[in-house]
Design a protein around this ligand. Structure first.
Ligand code: SF4
Length: 345
């Protein structure tokens, strides 16, 4: 992963060209360095904050100042007093943090950390799709690029999609993008018709319906808990459907002791910390592999986070016009979430 040793410190121009070539700073940290201690020291020295998504590796979650799902992270990003945000997540999340903090430096450890769901909705194709439905409002899941957010009327996350869509004016005709499974789930829960963009998450659609059924027979006492990005047939089997935070809270509060968990397994770290007495069984996939692990999220490592803090690169850069257009629907989401009591004031 690291291609260059740090015999002498590179100049900012050299860092810039390395980032352009690799998408991250490919420099080996000094081998004797205590990365955990050094990351703590740099955070204080630079007034920086590390925000990490639940799907990050356990060591990254443990050095973060805040760990959460997309809604919580965007709220934290909007509130922070730090001068620099290191965003340990994927690209659209770091973009969201930048859009909410245009004057702050937002750094992502690896620019290659994309998202199959966000990538399934290219801006040109979506603009053409939108034109087919004149007068429709666009409700977009937060897992979209800044360009798609700029074409949206309001953003939602898996935590707030159902109550927000429920509360939207009844005369709104709605396009929902990009996740068709979350969209179908929201339609079912709210009874509202929506036109769905046909995107999916490569991680949540790979769970095996047949193997999950077999596992339920093997563990009759276990509850199946699933993220709404999973396929509708699997959701039909679930005892509880919720966002990543929703699933975490369910495991903590439920009197049950065993859970089959159908989402990215990074969340198991927080579940184990918060409810060490519960047994967590990752839902099996179609294949004999760890393919329900998000390959994009897992591009971030402790070494890349150290480099991101030390070299302050790669930085998220967006045009002021794009940020302005993308900020409005995100702020609408945060405002509605406050009004609905989903987040604190
Ligand atoms: S888990 Fe799915 S939706 Fe989340 S970042 Fe990975 S590919 Fe995107």
């Amino acid at each position: 992963m690291f291609h260059i040793s740090t015999a002498s410190l590179p100049s900012p121009e050299e860092i810039h060209s390395l980032v352009k070539e690799y998408g991250y700073v490919p420099l080996e940290p000094p081998p004797t360095l205590d990365l955990f201690a050094e990351i703590e020291r740099l955070k204080k020295a630079k007034n920086a904050i590390i925000l990490a998504h639940y799907y990050q590796d356990a060591d990254i979650q443990d050095i973060a100042d805040f760990v959460g799902d997309s809604l919580q992270l965007s709220q934290k990003a909007a509130e922070t007093q730090a001068d620099m945000i290191i965003f340990a997540g994927v690209h659209f999340m770091a973009e969201t943090a930048k859009i909410l903090n245009p004057d702050k430096k937002v750094v992502i450890p690896d620019l290659n950390a994309g998202c199959s769901l966000s990538d399934s909705c290219p801006p040109e194709a979506f603009a053409a799709f939108k034109q087919r439905y004149p007068g429709y409002k666009v409700v977009s899941y937060i897992n979209t690029s800044a360009a798609i957010k700029a074409m949206s009327d309001i953003i939602v996350t898996s935590s707030n999609a159902v109550p927000i869509v429920q509360a939207l004016p009844s005369d709104w005709r709605i396009i929902f993008a990009p996740d068709k499974n979350l969209g179908a789930y929201v339609m079912k829960k709210t009874g509202r018709e929506m036109v769905l963009w046909e995107g999916v998450c490569m991680v949540h659609t790979i769970f095996s319906y047949q193997k999950v059924r077999a596992l339920r027979a093997q563990y009759p006492e276990a509850e199946l808990i699933a993220h709404p990005e999973c396929e509708p047939a699997l959701l039909e089997l679930a005892d509880f459907i919720g966002s990543t935070t929703g699933l975490l809270n369910y495991v903590i509060k439920s009197p049950k002791r065993q859970f089959i968990v159908a989402t990215e397994p990074g969340i198991l770290h927080q579940m184990r910390k918060a409810a060490p007495d519960k047994e967590l069984i990752p839902a099996p996939t179609e294949y004999s592999c760890s393919c329900n692990t998000c390959p994009h999220m897992k591009l971030n490592t402790l070494e890349k986070i150290y480099n991101a803090l030390y070299y302050e690169a790669p930085e998220i850069a967006l045009s002021p016009e794009l940020m302005e257009a993308a900020r409005r629907p995100i702020e609408r989401m945060l405002e509605m979430s406050r009004q609905l009591g989903l987040i604190s004031k």
